[in-house]
Design a binder for this molecule. Structure first.
Ligand SMILES: [Fe+2]
Ligand SMILES: [Fe+2]
Length: 346
């Protein structure tokens, strides 16, 4: 912890009477203070606040041109909200009206002329101590805030990594690199951005999208890895991955997992209502699921799986255009094709 050394404080004296300034300076030098600055011109305040960065200001109440009350207003208006810069008002006017007025505009204490040396030194020292404690508290708060920021960042990182691992586990049986989920997350985020969603939404959907197929954990190998098409019964079972996924993710208190639940449940809905599991149509389908539907479709068809060959980029794009307004939300499909063009994904 820093040490309280009032002698090193910057003391600024503003008084139109030169002899008041030199008197105060003499008193303070005798008391051991070393950094004393004075001006007779209150219009110098702005410049001196910058140059001297005072720790305390001794300010005369009655000055020609700008009186002390006005000067206090000027000083306070330039101060940051968290700064404690004590102002000690110098006055021969000992009436309570003058004091009330001073206190109202933000004066911290008064020194009555003629000055009493002991009183001058003690009042200055007290105010400097308060300023010192205030600064220490501020520094401590900043350290704490920094600590909280670091901890929060670590927690977010932990959450992100856990979601990534979960996503990877969910597709491990048919994509042991886990790159499908990552690519879907990335494409989804880019489309959301192009659709004008704010950065926090984009970040959330990029992460949540990676869990879209987590329900496949519950689909048996002989169906999940079956080459060729499914018979109707197998297809009904396969469709269950949406419900299973939503069940796995349900009841989370985290926004990203809530969104992941919605995506898992609805990423196979189709714009024309012919999808599953709920048969939602158009804008009934949550937007996050409409975006993932495209990213998932494109990435799945353009990559080889144990049970199917990969389509070319052109074939996938042609199919998306054909399915615009049928399988896919037309507006999202347009943005999706723009993303493919912009990023040169092929
Ligand atoms: Fe799926
Ligand atoms: Fe997928």
């Amino acid at each position: 912890m820093a040490e309280f050394r009032p002698q090193l404080a910057n003391i600024l004296i503003i008084d139109d009477q030169e002899h008041n300034i030199s008197l105060l300076k003499r008193m303070l030098v005798k008391a051991g203070f070393q950094q004393l600055y004075g001006t007779q011109d209150p219009f110098e305040i702005d410049r001196l606040l910058d140059e001297v960065s005072p720790d305390i200001i001794l300010l005369d109440l009655h000055m020609p041109g700008m009186d002390g009350i006005e000067a206090v207003g000027k000083i306070r208006s330039r101060q940051g909200e968290d700064t404690y810069l004590p102002i000690l008002m110098l006055t021969a006017d000992n009436t309570s009206k003058a004091k009330q007025e001073g206190l109202q505009v933000g004066v911290d204490d008064f020194l009555t002329k003629p000055f009493d040396r002991t009183e001058v030194v003690l009042r200055i020292r007290n105010l400097l101590r308060t300023r010192f404690l205030h600064k220490q508290l501020q520094a401590q708060n900043e350290r704490l805030e920094q600590h909280v920021r670091e901890r929060t960042a670590r927690l977010q990182q932990a959450q992100m990594e856990t979601i990534r691992l979960l996503a990877r586990a969910s597709e491990y049986r048919y994509d042991d690199t886990g790159t499908h989920t990552l690519r879907v997350g990335k494409l989804t985020g880019l489309v959301a951005e192009l659709l004008g969603f704010p950065p926090d939404f984009v970040e959330r959907i990029s992460l949540a999208a990676t869990l879209h197929d987590i329900g496949k954990i519950g689909i048996p190998d002989h169906i999940l890895l079956k080459p060729g098409g499914f018979d109707p019964e197998e297809f009904e079972l396969m469709k269950q991955h949406t419900i299973i996924g939503a069940n796995i993710l349900q009841n989370s208190s985290f926004d990203v997992l809530k969104m992941a639940e919605t995506i898992a449940r609805h990423h196979h809905e189709k714009w024309d209502g012919s999808g599953y599991p709920a048969g939602l149509r158009g804008k009934e389908i949550p937007i996050e699921a409409r975006i993932v539907a495209l990213a998932d479709f494109y990435d799945a068809v353009t990559h080889e799986r144990p049970y199917k060959k990969a389509w070319s980029h052109e074939e996938a794009v042609a199919e998306i255009m054909r399915q615009r307004g049928k399988h896919f939300d037309p507006q999202v499909a347009d943005r999706f094709l723009e993303v493919l063009e912009l990023t040169g994904v092929q």
